[in-house]
Design a protein around this ligand. Structure first.
Ligand code: HEC
Length: 218
């Protein structure tokens, strides 16, 4: 029943959300055990569709990651991390929205230790996959190769395509997600995100994941 899909991801250049390495990914097989959803029986056709959907999802992730990276870098250059924080705060959600509309798939970022209290918070199945990523990393898989893809039937009868791609923590990320933050960075974080859980990361930790969701036919 278990099938591994080999996904080759080209370079993901990311920022307020993303790693920056070339990766060959192994999508984990369908494993969403929450009772309300079940795996869709996989005919040759749906496997075929799934491969195409994964390709689209990878492009959507690249678009979001690349745009965020560009915005973050230019904001850091022009006004340092506090300025860049404002950019992440206001632009990251906007960029995710516009990439989603453009690619006709909902693209977002989630984390087990989220900063954005609404958009950054994983729902049940995303939480399961993030925990799976942690387990796979602990057993030796490289953080930048962790991905997941599946098609499930939701409780309201829709088929839903789900894709996740892990986001490793790079050294640049530590400015705003590490353990030793500059006082002005901490102050800005307290102001914008009083319930921030996204600090204390080390290089190589899983910072979170990109999520791509697309509703398929009823
Ligand atoms: C200038 C500060 C800054 C830097 C540098 C930074 N981030 Fe963030 N990050 C933020 C802010 C602010 C948010 C919340 C954005 C929002 O409200 O949507 C955030 C949100 C995120 C999220 C979304 C999930 C959540 O916790 O809400 C991920 C994933 C993430 N960052 C990963 C990274 C990675 C990986 C790097 C390094 C490549 C990085 N960030 C660098 C400030 C930063």
């Amino acid at each position: 029943m278990k099938q591994l899909l080999l996904i080759s991801l080209s370079a993901l250049l990311v920022s307020c959300g993303g790693g920056d390495k070339q990766a060959t990914d192994t999508a984990s097989p369908a494993k969403v055990a929450d009772g309300t959803q079940q795996e869709v029986k996989q005919s040759w056709q749906s496997e075929h569709d799934k491969a195409a959907l994964i390709e689209q999802a990878k492009l959507a992730v690249q678009a979001l990651g690349g745009t965020l990276k560009g915005e973050l870098q230019s904001a850091m250059k022009s006004g340092g991390p506090v300025n860049a924080m404002d950019v992440c705060n206001t632009k990251a959600p906007e960029i995710a929205k516009s990439v989603s509309a453009d690619k006709n798939m909902a693209v977002s970022r989630v984390s087990l230790q989220n900063r954005n209290p609404v958009m950054g918070k994983a729902n049940d199945w995303q939480d399961t996959v993030l925990n799976e990523f942690e387990t796979r990393k602990a057993s030796g898989e490289k953080p930048d190769t962790l991905a997941y893809a599946n098609i499930v039937k939701t409780s309201d009868g829709h088929e839903e395509f789900r894709f996740m791609k892990a986001i490793p923590t790079g050294s640049l990320c530590l400015t705003c997600h590490g353990s030793e933050l500059k006082p002005e960075v901490s102050a800005k974080l307290n102001e914008l995100y009083p319930d921030d859980k996204a600090t204390g990361f080390k290089e190589g930790d899983l910072r979170g994941a990109f999520v791509v969701v697309k509703q398929l036919a009823e």
